[in-house]
Design a protein around this ligand. Structure first.
Ligand code: ADP
Ligand code: MG
Length: 673
């Protein structure tokens, strides 16, 4: 098949419409048939006005014209055509901007009409309709595709262009090895392309979509798997400073941490640019892997940038780095939007000259004025908190820098591999030794007092706590009265324990000061909104009380709970819920009580909510899939991946005759990149 044939060869596609098609991503005939209908118009059954009143309100039937009249509307005089359908029901056609219909719709002539009717004072009226001489022209008896449109395009132009392209490209060759069609129960491609546009039944449309989505996922997975193993990996060993850091720690690294560090080191020492995702549950110790590998990069004479999603977190990391890395001679700088004036100038200069090895900050690190002498390694903490654009800006600044993205959003591995198709993935599955699983209690109103007592006991032991309230709106905390009243209440409850209220409306310096004091144990507890959700690490905090727990999603609850249980002390999470829980809220709380395992929770989250919200369309957006939907086609993703793995196992080089189609497809994908 010649897939370079331009869409302009289709009749009816001129300069303007081809430009409009271009904005939909269509420039060739092949693109045209690969444009997925966004919906279908099911006109299989004739529906008269009387049927329309029963379920949906569209009609598709024959009408006979009775007469013409006019009425005045905003646009001036408007034509009204009166007609009856074969039941004898009266239908009025309001022809806005279509005065020309007067001469066409002659009295007593018969037409086929399609559109939505509305009942107005007992009379059926229709203002947006298609009207045709024959049943075929009106699409009655068929299922018609509905496409996304742009500019001058109409559904009619689109349908004609698709029909033409299907005919012109026929016979459309298969895109997969023959044995796969049977094994995976797929339609052959000629059929799939025809049926996705012009199905006889809705089931045919679904089968066609499933074949095309599978093909797309499979080819993507195959290309990812092939590239992954092509990299020139070689063993590399830790530098002196890395060994020193490991020796200086009061604990040893987990197997998973060691393995991840090794994978990153190998990537760094290979000639290819690294793009790696470090996935690990809350508290699994990702930061240490970051510092260790930062030392590796610095040891090889490169600069390192570490980006955190909030100023608070950046500060915490800067403190941590100062403690662990400064003794090894690493020169550290801290840059956020609030670092200004002379201080900023000096810092920027030191980055430019290379007299800073490691810079820690927020996304302000990647503003225009920041330049590096030799940026070689970029670490992004909590990468899911950053938008695609921010990540892209950073990649541009990094140029050829290796990138390590860290995330605690535990998504099932197969989904991770697909969502992050162009990343390699390292996983910290096991928690550091000596951690005691957090005990989680569900607390109803009547059990409050007991809870306050338990927290009081922890204070006596010298441990610390968080009290958390839900954020009320997306902008900030909305109504803060709850938090402030609770704050007063708790101060009376624990009169000897110093505490502070912390929320996003406080200035950054103040938040940082409070957090610093909490870490230094000058404060016994914090009363907080979900500002503390991300990444805060205070080992002696052993209790977290989450109020209105039913209002939080599973991922947020898990993140919040992850603020405790970060040392070898036993720790507790109290989920306080109000009356009148929905089934879904109950299910969430039960999951939290049952397990501490973020991966398990993610799977449950998938079950309860469906994958769409969990991954967020933003994340899958950058893959530009035409047919597949990563958030609803999980089963297909899995199947495609298994098939791709099978091919890699059986015929890596794609040398078998049967796999020749794949060899070609892979070559095309390379070219497109
Ligand atoms: P996260 O993966 O959530 O970012 P952190 O990197 O903040 O977790 O680590 C959580 C805590 O665990 C930190 O206080 C860190 O010092 C500690 N930690 C990290 N690795 C280990 C280990 N191997 N053994 C014991 N504690 C560890
Ligand atoms: Mg972290």
């Amino acid at each position: 098949m010649d897939d370079r044939r331009r869409i302009t060869e289709a009749p009816g596609i001129g300069k303007k419409s081809s430009e409009d098609l271009h904005t939909l991503g269509v420039s060739t005939l092949q693109d045209m048939i690969s444009l997925r209908p966004r919906a279908y118009d099911d006109r299989r059954e004739e529906r008269r006005a009387r049927d329309a009143s029963i379920d949906d309100s569209s009609i598709s039937c024959r009408i006979t014209i009775l007469g013409h009249s006019e009425f005045s509307s905003k646009g001036g005089r408007t034509l009204k055509v009166t007609s009856i359908d074969d039941d004898g029901t009266r239908i009025e056609l309001l022809c806005f901007n279509r005065y020309f219909l007067k001469t066409q719709l002659k009295i007593s002539s018969q037409w086929y009409i399609y559109g939505k009717v509305m009942k107005n004072r007992g009379v059926y009226q229709i203002s947006s309709f298609e009207i045709k001489r024959t049943k075929e022209e009106a699409g009655i008896g068929r299922i018609l595709p509905v496409y996304p449109l742009s500019g001058s395009l109409t559904e009619k132009i689109m349908r004609n262009a698709v029909s033409y392209s299907l005919r012109a490209l026929s016979p459309i060759p298969d895109e997969l090895p023959q044995s796969m069609y049977d094994r995976e129960n797929l339609l052959h491609h000629e059929k799939a392309y025809n049926l996705i546009h012009f199905p006889g039944t809705m089931e045919e449309a679904r089968n066609a979509l499933s074949t095309l989505a599978f093909t797309e996922l499979f080819l993507m997975e195959l290309s990812v798997l092939r590239e992954k193993q092509d990299g020139g990996r070689r063993k590399s060993s830790p530098t002196e400073n890395e060994k020193k850091l490991m020796d200086s720690l009061p604990f040893s690294l987990t197997e998973d941490q060691l393995k991840a560090a090794e994978e990153i080191r190998e990537d760094m020492d290979s000639p290819f640019q690294m793009n790696r995702l470090l996935q690990g549950d809350v508290g699994s110790g990702k930061t240490l892997v970051a510092w260790l590998t930062a030392l590796h990069a610095i040891g090889k004479g490169r600069q390192v940038a570490f980006m955190a999603p909030t100023e608070l977190l950046a500060r915490q990391h800067a403190d941590g780095a100062a403690e662990l890395l400064s003794p090894l001679g690493v020169r550290i700088a801290f840059i956020t939007g609030s670092v200004k004036g002379e201080r900023r100038r000096l810092l920027l200069n030191s980055l430019k000259e290379g007299s800073t090895d490691l810079v820690i900050g927020t996304h302000a690190l990647f503003s225009e004025d920041v330049t590096f002498r030799n940026l070689g390694f970029v670490i992004i903490d909590e990468q899911h908190r950053f938008g695609v654009q921010q990540r892209e800006a950073l990649t541009r600044k990094g140029n050829k820098a290796d990138i390590l993205s860290m995330t605690a959003t535990p998504i099932p591995r197969s989904l991770a591999l697909t969502l992050f198709a162009d990343y390699s993935v390292s996983v910290l599955r096991a928690m550091p030794k000596g951690r005691i699983p957090i005990k989680t209690y569900l607390v109803s109103e009547s059990k409050r007092d007991e809870m306050y007592k338990s927290v009081g006991v922890e204070f006596q032991r010298g441990h610390q706590a968080y009290f958390v309230y839900p954020r009320i709106d997306d902008e900030g905390e909305g109504d803060l009265r709850d938090v402030t009243t609770m704050y007063e209440f708790l101060r009376r409850k624990y009169p000897d324990v110093p505490s502070k209220l912390i929320h996003s409306r406080l200035p950054d310096d103040e938040k940082m000061k409070i957090l610093h004091d909490f870490r230094e144990k000058k404060l016994g507890y914090l009363v907080a909104t979900s500002v503390i959700e991300v990444g805060i690490d205070v080992p002696d905090a052993t209790c977290i009380v989450i109020e209105h727990a039913e209002r939080f999603g599973l991922a947020a609850l898990h993140q919040l709970r992850g603020r405790v249980g970060r040392s070898s002390l036993p720790s507790y999470c109290f989920l306080v819920y109000g009356p009148g829980l929905t089934e879904e809220a109950k299910a969430r709380l039960r999951v939290m009580k049952e397990t501490n395992d973020g991966f398990r929770i993610a799977e449950k989250d998938l079950e309860i909510r469906g994958p769409g919200e969990m991954t967020g369309d933003k994340q899958s957006g950058f893959l530009h899939l035409k047919f597949a939907n990563l958030t609803s086609d999980i089963a297909l993703v899995e199947r495609a991946r298994e098939e791709a793995e099978r091919i890699i196992r059986e015929d890596r080089g794609l040398l078998k005759a049967e796999n020749a189609v794949l060899r070609e497809a892979m070559a095309m994908m390379q070219k497109d990149r």
